[in-house]
Design a protein around this ligand. Structure first.
Ligand code: PLP
Length: 372
């Protein structure tokens, strides 16, 4: 049976040359990057080279990049480290952020006694800039705005520049969860468009369990991890320099063909939407035309006899998800689909492509969907 993996927003297959790099580093280098003798210094060089590569791709200084274990840790560090600042009194976010963000905000805002405001969203998950502006302009003290660049379930894109302008005009700090766009867009953070961003290697064909945070020069974040002075006191713990080097290589490879790849996604997505609309009855498209090129969220009408739809797709070799990956492996109702008002009527299927996805994969998916 053909197997088709269309869950690349959850994670991606590793790039073969990145695996090779990890193998060779693991075999040769084991020094602790903090050790001062040669073996340690070699590992330190690997960490700093990776930092330079990532900083260059984002057009920022290496000193602005801090390595972590991934998106979730970066988000927790930023949210806890910012919400405990005396000068920040409120956080403004949206109900469709990733659960790493929503749960961190809920948890740390409660501990540090900060106000949380959720913006309204439309049926495609877009926020209202006028509402954001109104809320911020009524605030006398500093706020933190946290809005994701691309939604991981429906792909809605945030107009970073416009949100940035609203934040700047109102003296608010701007954090964006860029996990789904790092390696997909030529993000240029040198313009001061945002203050904080995050990346996770396994979303762009790198290894799992490694990521980074971008922190604007001027902003203080109180570290989450205690116990060591690594990452200039921002993240205690011996650096996983093998994974860090692998992340930098995966990101470099992603950037080599970034425009070409996006054009490929746009064409494949158009093909998919047209074919779905013409060949599959009652299909609902949940992503809008301007969404992240590699993500398309669709829905089938909710009926009592199609509750097991994801399992039935899997039995036919299709690996997709109905929402974001859930740690327990259970199928949970998607908070994003609920927030866009569709949870009562549809069963969502998120189709997320990678550079390894082909038109034949999409044809096979449609064939199976029609059969079911
Ligand atoms: N933010 C977004 C938008 C994501 O899609 C994910 C992963 O699903 C995360 C954060 C968490 O990243 P990680 O898996 O590296 O912890």
């Amino acid at each position: 049976m053909r197997k088709v993996y269309l869950d690349n927003a959850a994670t991606t297959m590793m790039e073969p040359s990145v695996i090779e790099l990890m193998h060779s580093l693991m075999a040769k280098n084991y020094g602790n990057p903090s050790s001062i003798y040669e073996l340690g210094r070699q590992s330190r060089v690997i960490v700093e080279k990776a930092r330079t590569v990532i900083a260059r791709l984002l057009n920022v200084l290496p000193a602005n990049i801090f390595f972590t274990s991934g998106g979730t840790e970066s988000i927790n560090t930023l949210i806890s480290g910012l919400l405990q600042r005396e000068d920040i009194k409120a956080i403004i976010t949206s109900p469709i952020e990733h659960t790493a963000m929503l749960k961190s905000i809920e948890y740390y805002a409660n501990i540090f006694n900060k106000e949380v405001i959720y913006l309204d969203i439309d049926r495609f998950g877009h926020i209202d800039l006028a509402q954001l502006n109104k809320i911020l302009s009524e605030k006398e003290e500093k706020s933190l705005v946290s809005l994701m660049h691309a939604n991981n379930e429906i792909g809605s894109l945030l107009p970073l520049k416009k949100v940035s302008e609203v934040c700047r005009n109102n003296n608010a700090l701007f954090l964006s969860d860029t996990v789904q766009t790092i390696g997909k867009f030529r993000n240029d953070f040198s313009t001061g468009i945002l203050d904080f961003a995050v990346g996770s290697a396994h979303k762009f064909h790198g290894p799992k369990g490694v990521g980074f945070m971008y922190i604007n020069n001027n902003e203080k974040v109180i570290p989450l991890m205690q116990g060591g002075s690594q990452e200039r006191n921002m993240r205690a713990g011996t650096e996983n320099f093998i994974a860090i080097a692998a992340m930098a290589k995966a990101m470099e490879i992603a950037y080599e063909n970034i425009d070409l790849q996006n054009n490929k996604y746009i064409k494949l997505k158009d093909y998919l939407v047209n074919k779905l609309k013409s060949e599959v009855a009652d299909i609902i498209i949940n992503s809008d035309k301007t969404s992240l090129p590699n993500i398309l969220n669709i829905g089938i009408p909710k009926k009592p006899d199609n509750e097991m739809y994801l399992i039935r797709l899997e039995m036919n070799g299709i690996f997709v998800s109905g929402g974001s990956a859930c740690g327990s492996g259970a199928v949970k109702e998607s908070h994003v689909i609920k927030a866009i008002g569709k949870a009562n009527t549809i069963r969502p299927i998120r189709l997320a492509m990678s550079k390894f996805t082909t038109q034949k994969d999409l044809d096979y998916f449609i064939e199976v969907l029609k059969k079911l």
